[in-house]
Structures are given as C-alpha cells and as structure tokens.
Design a protein around this ligand. Sequence first.
Ligand SMILES: Nc1nc2c(c(=O)[nH]1)N[C@H]1C(S)=C(S)[C@@H](COP(=O)(O)OP(=O)(O)OC[C@H]3O[C@@H](n4cnc5c(=O)[nH]c(N)nc54)[C@H](O)[C@@H]3O)O[C@H]1N2
Ligand SMILES: Nc1nc2c(c(=O)[nH]1)N[C@H]1C(S)=C(S)[C@@H](COP(=O)(O)OP(=O)(O)OC[C@H]3O[C@@H](n4cnc5c(=O)[nH]c(N)nc54)[C@H](O)[C@@H]3O)O[C@H]1N2
Ligand SMILES: [Mo]
Length: 758
Amino acid sequence: MSGREGVSPTTPRDTNTLKIKTTKSVAAGIPAATSSMVHGLKKMGISKTVKTLVTVNQPDGFDCPGCAWPDPEHSTAFEFCENGAKAVADEAMKAKVNPNFFEKYTVQELSQKSDFWLNSQGRISTPMVLKPGSNNYEEISWNDAFNLISKTVSDSGDPNRSVFYTSGRTSNEAAFLYQLFARTLGTNNMPDCSNMCHESSGRGLGEAIGIGKGTVTLDDFNHADAILVIGQNPGTNHPRMLTALRDAKRNGAKIIHVNPLPETGLVRFKHPQDYMKLSFGSEDLADMHMQVKIGGDAALVHGLMKVQLELDALDHQFIKQSTSGFENVVDNVNSTTWEQIEKDTGLNRLQIETAGRILAKSNASIACWAMGLTQHRNGVAVIQEVTNLMLMGGHIGKLGAGLCPVRGHSNVQGDRTVGIWERPSEAFLQRMDEACGITSPREHGVDVVEAIKQMRSGGVDLFFCMGGNFISATPDTEVTAEGLNRVKLTVQVSTKLNWSHLVTGETALILPCLGRTELDIQPSGEQFVTVENSMGVVHTSKGGLKPASPDLRSEPWIVSSLASAVLDDGRDWMALSENYDLIRDLMSNALAGFDDYNERVRTPTGFYLPNPPRDSRTFNTADGKAHFITHPLPNVKVDSDKFVMMTIRSHDQYNTTIYDLHDRYRGVHGNRRIILMNANDMIERGWKSRHVVDIVSHFEDGERRSDGWQLVAYDIPRGNIATYFPEANVLIPLDSTAEKSNTPTSKWIVCSLHEPGN
Ligand SMILES: Nc1nc2c(c(=O)[nH]1)N[C@H]1C(S)=C(S)[C@@H](COP(=O)(O)OP(=O)(O)OC[C@H]3O[C@@H](n4cnc5c(=O)[nH]c(N)nc54)[C@H](O)[C@@H]3O)O[C@H]1N2
Ligand SMILES: Nc1nc2c(c(=O)[nH]1)N[C@H]1C(S)=C(S)[C@@H](COP(=O)(O)OP(=O)(O)OC[C@H]3O[C@@H](n4cnc5c(=O)[nH]c(N)nc54)[C@H](O)[C@@H]3O)O[C@H]1N2
Ligand SMILES: [Mo]
C-alpha cells in the first residue's frame, strides 16, 4: 500500500508573512481577557460565548478541555483562562464540515491547506468513509461504519493486528469501556498520547515512590516555601496554574523557574479575573530564572543536591525510616564536579548555590515539571533525580510539599487510571477479569512508537483512534505516514478535521462525536461523564450546548456500538451506553479506589483517589520504601557546528490544533515555520532575523531534512534552537526515544542549519 498519490504529509503549507514584535513581559491581563472574548465571538457568536464561559469548570458544568490543571473547588464565577476559552470556542464553533464539503474537496486538495485552515472549517457533522482508490470522502451510516470495522477485525483473525489509540480528552466512562472492549477482544494494544507526554513521569515515579502520579493537592501551593517550575510553560499551557503560583507567592513562597527560555507567564502576571474586578496591577512571579541549556537539568539537579548535602538540609529521620538508596545518591553527586555542572547547564556555580540555598531553607517544597523534562532520552532518569532532591529534604507526603508532574490533556491521567495502558499490571488485570468476567491477555501491547513500527511491517489491519491526530502528533512524519498507509482500515473518532483524516489506510472512516461542551442525551435521560485532573481529583463533566449536528454520537455510545458489532460475548453493551450509571457500577467493582463511584462522584467537588505517598507517606514498592534512584549524567556534548533543537508549543495552538498564527508572548506572528535562535549564533554565521535556512537533523540512522525555515533572534542559550510542534516533527527520528519510557525525544534533536539547497 502506498497511500493516496498527491497526499504528502510534509509539504510546507504555511506561507504567510512573518512579523516579529518584542516579547511580552506580562502574561494574561487585559489582552488575555479580550483574546478569550474575540475567539469566542468569532467562532460561537455572543449567546453561546456567554453561556459556555460561565459554565466552564463549574460544579454542574463541563470540565475545561484545555488542560488538566485542577479547579479551585470549582467555585469562582469565571474560572477560565484565555487558552481554555479558546479551546472551548474552537469546539463550540458554528461552522460545519458536512458531506458537501467532502464532495467539493479531494483529500489531495485538502492536503495543500494548512492545519490552521483545516481546523477552522468547523465541526465534522456526519460519519464519512474514504474507500480504496477514491479521493473523496462519502457519507456512510453509523451502522455500515461499524459493520466495516467488524468485517476488518474478523477477516484479520489475530486481535493483535488491531491497535486502539486514545488521546487524553476521552472521559473515564468511554475509556473504561474501550479498554474492556479491547481486552475482551484479546489485545493490550492500547497506545495513547501519554506515551509521547508524561510516560517518563509515570515510569520514573512508579519506580521511585510506588505510584506513577504526582503527590500534591492544589492547597499545597498555599503552604509551600519554595516551588521549582522546571521545563514547563504555564503562561501558555496551564494558565490557571499562574493563579496558584501567585497565591503561593503572596503566601511567601519563592519560585524558581528552570527553562532555556524566559517564558512570559513566569516573569510577570496579571490575573485576567482581577481585570474583571477592575484591578490592573501585575505581579512578579519567579524569583529566579535559571536559563539552563536544553538537556542540562540533570546536571543542575546534581548541583542543587550538592548544596543540600553541604548545608545538611536533609530530613535524616525520613531518609532512615522510609527510603533506600540514599548513599548511592551521595556517592554519585559527590563524583560530579562543579566544572561539569557549569559546562552542562551553562549556569554558574553562584546561581546554582543561590537556588540551592532557597531550597535548603524551605520547610516545604514542590517540584513541578512538564515536557521540558519528559521528552528527553534521559526523561525517566532526570525525573528520578528531581525526586531524589525532594526526598532528601523530606518534601513528600506533608503539607505544602511534593512532586507535581503537570499533565497535559484534560483527562490523560484518568484514562490511564481506568485502564488505557499497553502494559497493565497483573493486579489491575486480575481485578478487571474478576469484576467483568473476562480473561484479559497478559502479553504487553504496543505503545505509540511500537505501533508505528508494527504498521510499517504490515502487521496492522485496524487502527482505531479515539480522538487525537496521530500523524501530526507522532515523530518522523514521513515514516509514520508510510506505516499508516499500510493499514487496511484507519478509523478516527473526531470533532474537527485534521491531518489524520488525509493520511490514512486503504480505507478510512471518520466518526464524528460529541464534545465536552455538548448535551449528551441517552434513552435514560441526560448524561454526565467523569474525569480525573492532574491532582487525582475525580469529578463530573456535563455539557449544556445543543450538539453541533444530530448525527453526532457520544464516545461511550461509539464504543458500545463498536463492541456490539465486533464481539459476540453475551454482554449487553448497548444497555451500558443507555445509562452511564451502569458503566460506573462496573467501574466500582473493577477499579481500585472507585468504590461507590456513582455516589461519591456526585458530590459537587468530586473526590480524591487514594495516593499513598501523599496521604500517609506510604510507598507501594517491593520493600515498602521510597527509592533514591540515581544516574550517570547524560552526555550533552554536540559538535560545534550542530545545534540542539527543542520543539515547543506556541500561544495559539492546542497540540496539533492551530487556532491562529500568533505566539503573542514570544512576539512571533503570522508564520510558524520559524527557528528561535541566539543572536550571537546568528551574527557568527552572518545571518539576521528572517534569514531562511533548511534544517537537517542527525541521528544514528541518518539525516532528515526540512526546507524553508525563518530565523528569529531570541533570548535562548547559544547552541540551542527552538521550533514549533507539529511542523518540526518530520525531523524527529522514530528511534530517538527516552530510555525506559520510549517517549520520542521531542526536546532533544541534534540539527545543523544550511543555506537553502546546500
Ligand atoms: N494552550 C495550550 N495548552 C496546553 C497544550 C497546548 O498545546 N496549548 N497542550 C497540553 C499538553 S498535551 C501538554 S503535555 C502540556 C504541555 O505543556 P509544556 O510542557 O509547558 O509545553 P511545551 O511547549 O512542550 O513546553 C515545554 C517547556 O519546556 C522548556 N524546555 C524544553 N527543553 C527543556 C530542557 O531541556 N530543560 C528545561 N528545563 N526546559 C526545557 C521549553 O522552553 C518550554 O517552555 O500543555 C497542555 N496544555
Ligand atoms: N514534536 C513534538 N511532538 C509532540 C509533542 C511535542 O511537544 N513536540 N507533544 C506530544 C504530546 S505532550 C501530546 S499529548 C501529543 C498529542 O497528541 P494527540 O492527543 O493525538 O493530538 P491532539 O492535537 O491533541 O488531537 C487533536 C484532535 O482531537 C480531536 N478531538 C478534540 N476533542 C475531542 C473529543 O472530545 N473527542 C474526540 N474523540 N476527539 C476530539 C479533534 O479532531 C482534534 O483534531 O502530541 C505529542 N507530540
Ligand atoms: Mo501532552
């Protein structure tokens, strides 16, 4: 199978003029509040804008699809942020993509449009099929769509030739049914976006503290003395976190920001909701910005630990009673020289000692991180070093202290809790089997990178995606496209048009679903779903808007219909989707910590899932102790003619969804094919901003090239460059993944820059 001729996933499609303005020093404030309203009004109209913005994150409203940051007790009248408002407006937009649209445009024509254009066409309104050899999608009934899937699975014979992907917006109910379906069918092939996201956090924390999740609550931020924010850009990606940081700061916390870029939100912050109260002042957030070189965090943390050891800022009793492996950390840290730390981090000793002293003085510290740590070859290792730093001071399982991996997609953590995992534990499967009367397969399934490899070898007949945009989110775009093209049937359950509808298998289906903001009515009445936020709180989410089209179906209904069509297992799958309480009853029995689920989740603020390190300083590891696990520092040296590239998010995107072409805080407008680069590196080469170059990435399996990128002079360490995801994904080698978590190293790609054509 070679895919449809004329559809190339790597054609540059964004040719607007680049405008460069000064970077912003203050995040949020009036521009954020107006930007929320403008996006809302443009896409939804006035009445829908008001209705959605007042119901987001309210106890009886829907959970914001923007990110997984928790809500302060679901209470303030306007608990939204600029980017949450954009996510909501984007879902609730009035424009529609209907069968006429697909008659008008071939997939080849659509593939010449930009991501921004595709997304702005509106909500997909009807199930569509792209038949073998055809270049246009045609309408198909829901029934025929499920029959097509069922036939593909039965012709295939081997359940492991089917792969079921999940993006992290899927509700607990839909995700639970989905994994029950896959395991009843006989496969653990359940890759998810987490494999590209916080997998390194899950693996690192699981080994160290016996649970693959964070250990803080929102209230802990009010009681912390010091907060580290490492490899994270909350001003854009978790704007509501800035409120928690502001409150922490007002309560006396010191905030240390570790990032190659001086990200705006952490410099100064003006609360958008204060603006509503006519209060216009802005506040400093970070006390220190440590401009670490890309990949220098492990060395930095070694430096910070050196200071703790020197000042004896250690919780000796905790270390003795509740941990193991401390001596290994001491030996390892002592063997790291300051000279090496300064070289790897690009920081000087004095700066690191200053930060180290802030931590040493603190009685309660929190460490927050996101993709700047996880998407590195040593992602698991560096998270374990951060854990070591927190453990040595006893900063876990006490008020104001703990570990805080800040999750991305709004229910990515919940999906994993309810069983979306290619490598489930035996305890999880045993309980699932007993409660649901199935025999789950024990063989591990494939993760994202392994799924791409299996597709490329011709080993996948059905690739079913519950949300997401696989071709754009994954690395090595051309290689992944080759894999997708070899699949017999690719299925996308989607709300909006994206590239995964254009780069497909021999046959392709688009199944349009309800979004978070929409009413979900089933035969037993109006339904709600449940989600888990970044801090382990499970709560309800209920949309209130009229669905974008009468042909949309809920994700639980789609899974039930899929299971009914494919399986002959005696379960009344459709009954489950008629009343989601029945799904939750099943979850109560099948999942640890979900007892009396229906009752407990109905309390207005939801409930906390058990978290032994947080709740009682208990560690569910083999020896019942928290583990200090230390690692050799990674080799961060690259040849002098090469750069280290990180791929990051702009202010106007949600992952692969491009809302607009502005990266307001960084002052980059109109074009996304840009490279942020240190001015001295540019001068050395005789280049200026807007100069156009080609990027070549270098890996053990060879080179990858992408043409036509414009330079933007920026405050970034020398030798480091930054580009936007997903445009730069073509340069990320499929085999360049983190040890143990297999997460693509989207923040560490060794590149060289060349005059066009050279
Ligand atoms: N508006 C909006 N919100 C989102 C998303 C979105 O796309 N748009 N995506 C959601 C998802 S799925 C996720 S996972 C999160 C992502 O949230 P983030 O992790 O904040 O997103 P990234 O843009 O990938 O940025 C990573 C940050 O790490 C820094 N960084 C890169 N390499 C290094 C390094 O080696 N060391 C250090 N210390 N820092 C480094 C970058 O400069 C950048 O500031 O946001 C979620 N929320
Ligand atoms: N180079 C590089 N690559 C990266 C990253 C990076 O930082 N750099 N980040 C990685 C990370 S952290 C992540 S999480 C992944 C994201 O990977 P994905 O989760 O696969 O991608 P998204 O862009 O979030 O998916 C967007 C699509 O989801 C669909 N959608 C939206 N809402 C719903 C809904 O309610 N239901 C359903 N069924 N569909 C819906 C819409 O059709 C939309 O087009 O990308 C990863 N890829
Ligand atoms: Mo993510």
